[in-house]
Design a protein around this ligand. Structure first.
Ligand code: SF4
Length: 388
């Protein structure tokens, strides 16, 4: 039975923590862009957090406030260095990102191959194609690694993502989704650039997808166009939002996610994005901006701590107001982002918060049989060839 046939209520308890109508051109002038980038760059060096060695250990040093925090590296996963039956090292197929398995279907992104390049300014993917991972993955390799991660690391969620695949994104994902769901089982997430062909989402759900997330990054159209030129020119903000709205309606509350970056665009835009995503019945996944070395924004400053507190407190309130379930899916701890449940620590003590806590606690209990059922390997008859 497809996900589309399940009740919205039951499906809505799946929430993963865990990235635009083509707006009338409101792109800032080149002079404005340069001035924004220059201001941010000048502030960059004063605001960095750094990870440093302290003897055999590591610490994160916050130079702004003079704090340092000890950190512990997780031990290497035993199966990473083993090879698949086809002789490919398993860590070049998929890696654990917290407790889930992340598989980059292809780390080649079409935005990097335009002239001039249309890559997102915070991204370094185009510099790393084929470095850490196999560029295009064989379906049998993916199944073998997913099975190993499930058996040996207790993985319950497999997440597929990719750079821009020239509007063939969902087509490329379909065979992997079907193979893993039917031969391994588990909950399956898909994070790809969106399609205007909304029927393809129905097919992906029939093939076993339980979750979709859409990285539209910025609510403010000027920042969206300036920092994500490929997404602006070749996809459009509206396409992201339409796909998010569609899949959120299909899969139920909390099953899908809109992913944004906080700390670059004005704070009020980030808060508006959170309200809009939660209002659609989706989960707002908010990543704190980190300047990645080698990216076009590597001298852009990290955001202010005080602003991020406002953002995450607002996230909790928006999810509560819209009844979005958080941290209901069992065994998902994400290493890359702030867990939604962590925002609970920022919430005001109130009757509304207490009632929401009670509701979530009940949902976690009630949801267990559903997640067991949704995770089982099963026979799938839908075709992985996406043709209308
Ligand atoms: S879509 Fe943007 S963020 Fe994603 S890989 Fe391509 S350039 Fe990087």
């Amino acid at each position: 039975m497809s996900c589309a046939g399940r009740s919205a209520r039951t499906r809505g308890i799946f929430a993963l923590v865990c990235e635009q109508h083509r707006l009338a051109p409101q792109t800032p002038s080149i002079a404005v862009k340069r001035s924004i980038l220059a201001d941010r760059a000048m502030a960059g060096d004063q605001n960095r957090n750094r990870i440093e060695r302290a003897g055999d250990d590591f610490v994160i040093v916050d130079y702004r406030q003079g704090f340092s925090y000890p950190v512990r590296l997780s031990p290497e996963v035993p199966w990473y260095t083993r090879t698949t039956s086809r002789g490919v090292q398993m860590q070049r197929i998929g890696v654990l990102q917290g407790t889930y398995l992340g598989i980059y279907i292809s780390n080649s992104c079409g935005f990097w191959y335009h002239s001039p390049a249309l890559n997102c300014k915070f991204c370094t993917t185009g510099l790393n194609v084929g470095v850490n991972e196999v560029e295009l993955k064989d379906v049998d390799d993916v199944v073998e690694v997913a099975q190993t991660a499930k058996t040996e690391s207790g993985v319950t969620f497999i997440h597929f993502n990719s750079g821009y695949q020239t509007n063939r994104d969902l087509d490329r994902a379909a065979p992997y989704v079907k193979a893993v769901k039917s031969r391994v089982g588990g909950l399956i997430g898909v994070q790809l650039t969106p399609s205007r062909d909304l029927w393809k989402y129905d097919r992906l759900i029939d093939l076993g997808a339980d979750h979709f997330s859409f990285c539209y990054e910025f609510q403010n159209p000027e920042f969206f166009a300036m920092i994500c030129p490929g997404k602006e020119k070749l996809i459009g903000q509206k396409t992201f939002l339409r796909a998010l709205e569609y899949t959120a309606r299909k899969l139920g509350k909390g099953a899908c996610s809109g992913e944004i970056i906080a700390g670059v665009e004005p704070l009020e835009d980030t808060l508006a994005a959170i309200d809009m995503i939660a209002g659609m019945g989706a989960f707002p996944t908010v990543c704190i901006f980190r300047p990645t070395i080698g990216s076009d924004m590597d001298r852009w400053p990290s955001p202010r701590y005080e602003d991020m507190i406002v953002v995450y407190r607002h996230l909790f309130d928006a999810c509560r107001k819209h009844g979005i379930p958080m941290d209901v899916t069992p065994n998902i701890e994400v290493s890359l982002i702030v867990q939604p449940g962590d925002t609970r620590y920022l919430a005001d003590s109130s009757l509304a918060t207490t009632l929401y806590d009670m509701k979530l606690s009940l949902m976690r209990k009630v949801a267990k049989p559903y997640f067991w059922w949704a995770s089982r390997p099963r026979r799938i008859t839908a075709s992985e060839e996406l043709r209308a």
